[in-house]
Design a protein around this ligand. Structure first.
Ligand code: SF4
Length: 107
């Protein structure tokens, strides 16, 4: 399983969070950079990861966030139906959509 699939599975399981946000670019399966706002200094860039005195100072860039983080700018406009049905089933997304649609119809 590659990092993208791990991130997608995390999003399907946990709901709105950086892992499923259109603004997020994963660096690996656990952290990524939020491209919603302008780049910041290296120290600011990693502060949300709880890193205060890294041995190597990162370069300036977009803020790094853990995949479980969630803010008011969350956005998921991605058309998941463009992905193969087998992949959607494997990450549990097809079941999540079905449950959501059945919930809507039941209201
Ligand atoms: S949820 Fe907020 S912090 Fe996370 S990637 Fe989206 S806009 Fe950035």
């Amino acid at each position: 399983m590659n990092a993208d699939e791990i991130v997608d599975r995390f999003y399907v399981e946990h709901g709105p969070c950086c892992a499923g946000c259109d603004w997020w670019a994963p660096a690996n399966s656990c952290v990524g950079e939020c491209r919603r706002s302008a780049p910041v200094s290296g120290a600011q860039r990693i502060s949300m990861l709880g890193m205060r005195s890294p041995s190597i100072q990162p370069e300036a860039g977009h803020i790094m966030t853990p995949r479980e983080h969630h803010c008011g700018e969350f956005k998921d406009d991605f058309d998941w139906n463009t992905l193969p049905p087998q992949y959607l089933r494997r990450i549990g997304h097809a079941a999540a959509i079905r449950a959501r649609d059945e919930g809507v119809r039941g209201c």
